[in-house]
Design a protein. Structure first.
Ligand SMILES: Cc1cc2nc3c(=O)[nH]c(=O)nc-3n(C[C@H](O)[C@H](O)[C@H](O)COP(=O)(O)OP(=O)(O)OC[C@H]3O[C@@H](n4cnc5c(N)ncnc54)[C@H](O)[C@@H]3O)c2cc1C
Length: 286
């Protein structure tokens, strides 16, 4: 197996074009598991850990441009204030070791329906930035990035450069259930983001459909019904209906981790709680 180790972004893109048989490697917390269990045997690894551009984040207007190689541990220590939903999700990923190695770009690269970064990115309205040596850079909404279970819009000659996440204008929440409390893949998960600046609500659902997805009918209901001006207490019936609509937007399956019925039930409960917590945070901040 060849080991390709570019030192710059342009070198990485050139190698990606030359060697479509090379598997990109970031933190390796998915890739090395696949190699160890012989699920993958690529002709080459394209190690991206020496490319400085991927390890950086910066403000770009009212968004954070998060380099694909920034690990969860840095999202927690450096970005919890600006990207609270992603930080809450990052805190639930694996163990300290996994959070130190594992990256948001790698989570996107794997495109698992259960990836924990995906629901908060959907709820925040993030965009993924992809790049190739031949065609330059393109950006697409994260909702369009996922095309199927572990499949994405990433072309064979492209790399994920960054994800652009709007700086939170209001409270955000993330909830996940697993078979135990830590070091566990989500049975299902949900993220909620309040956008009081434009009186909108964002959602993201994980591990309950072929791809991570939003719940547009739930978003629309609460955006219209919430008392944005007076910020009175959240109506229990509205919160419950929000939960039902989030569950209805899912298309879960029965598998070893949980049944479809359990996933729908858990989604309704978690979505109701996440909205309630976020709304209470907004009221306290007023
Ligand atoms: C013990 C353990 C616990 C875990 N717990 C969780 C959890 O709780 N929640 C969760 O979501 N995940 C979990 N994971 C999975 C994994 O840690 C995450 O998916 C992580 O985000 C992967 O990031 P990485 O940098 O390690 O990616 P890598 O393993 O390096 O790469 C993952 C995929 O992305 C591709 N890739 C990486 N970077 C790029 C790029 N810049 N451009 C194009 N393609 C790229 C790779 O080719 C590969 O296909 C766990 C894994 C382990 C081993």
């Amino acid at each position: 197996m060849d080991f390709l180790q570019p030192a710059t972004w342009s070198e990485a893109l050139a190698l990606r074009a030359e060697r479509p048989d090379a598997l990109p490697l970031a933190g390796g917390t998915d890739v090395m598991v696949d190699l160890t269990f012989d699920r993958r045997r690529p002709a080459a690894l394209l190690d991206l850990t020496r490319v400085p551009d991927l390890q950086e984040w910066a403000l770009e207007g009212d968004r954070v441009r998060l380099g694909a190689g920034v690990p969860y541990a840095r999202v927690l220590t450096e970005l919890a204030g600006r990207l609270p939903g992603l930080a809450i999700a990052a805190r639930t990923v694996g163990s300290p070791q996994i959070r130190t190695r594992g990256t948001v770009g790698g989570n996107l690269g794997s495109a698992s329906p259960a990836g924990d970064a995906h629901p908060p990115l959907l709820a925040a309205g993030a965009e993924v930035e992809l790049a190739s040596a031949a065609r330059g850079t393109r950006r697409l909404p994260v909702a369009d990035f996922f095309t199927g279970p572990k499949r994405s819009a990433l072309a064979a000659d492209e790399l994920i450069a960054a994800v652009l996440v709007p700086v939170a204008a209001g409270p955000q929440q993330f909830c996940k259930v697993g078979t135990r409390n830590a070091m566990v893949i989500a049975v299902t998960s949900v993220a909620v983001a309040l956008h009081p600046d434009r009186r909108a609500v964002g959602t993201g659902i994980g591990s309950a459909a072929p791809t991570p997805r939003r719940a547009p009918k739930a978003e629309q209901l609460v955006a219209e019904e919430l008392d944005w001006a007076g910020r009175t207490a959240l109506d229990d019936g509205l919160a419950a209906e929000f939960g039902h609509r989030v569950a209805a937007a899912a298309a879960p399956i029965d598998d070893v981790r949980g049944s479809a019925a359990y996933r729908r039930h858990a989604l309704a409960v978690m979505a109701r709680r996440a909205l309630t917590w976020a709304w209470d945070d907004l009221r306290r901040a007023a």
